[in-house]
Design a protein around this ligand. Sequence first.
Ligand code: PGA
Length: 251
Amino acid sequence: MRRKLLLGNWKMNKLISEAKEFALASHELADLATKSNIDLGVAPTFLSLQAVKEAANKNMIVAAQNCHYLPNGAYTGEVSIPMLKELGISWCIIGHSERRTYDNETNEKCNLKIKALIENEMVPVYCVGETLAQFEAGETKKVVGEQVRNGLKDLTAEQVKNLVVAYEPVWSIGTGKNASSEIAENICGFIRDILKEMFGKVSEEIRILYGGSVKPVNVKEYLSCPNVDGALVGGASLKIDSYKELVTNIL
Ligand code: PGA
């Protein structure tokens, strides 16, 4: 049985003080989620990780939004996995479409990062998804299939059992144009089939999230799809009230 997972991706939002305020206000919510068998988390900016980790309930997952695959070196502006681990961070989003678009994040680079995270016993949340042009050209499965196969290349079944995959059609992110639950289920099921082909039975344990304009009004519909185990939420995770509604709407 896969536990439900809601992860808020704060992107480049919230000052440290605002992030801390959210974390302090989220204790009851984190307890409610835990009691209801839901894993709940947020991914603040690097700068706010420490404040959120310290202020939040210990049940709240605190994830980074990116990392470098090397432990240290001459890489100006980067943050390494040991630096995250020192703060007690054990989750990290990899390959978000905004990083693929603006920061030239390739499947190969994602693969290096995912391998390094797993070697460090951290949980990668690997994002995949097609652009609008690819969706309109009927290339969704081709693109997503390549992202999954290349991003998870050379890993073993034992290594991927804690991995999370997030299907986020790029055309639905921050646009209010969410994919239908049929599309979400179809592609999340397709991803699970590839995981099965690559890793066998462990594919049944890997959580697959849907992301892209998930709101309190539609979260339940997505989470009732058999292959959708949770959501990666941007805009609707920024305010504690709407985050609370996301949780209470799936109880
Ligand atoms: P959104 O973002 O919920 O604001 O569409 C989702 C994401 O980018 O993870």
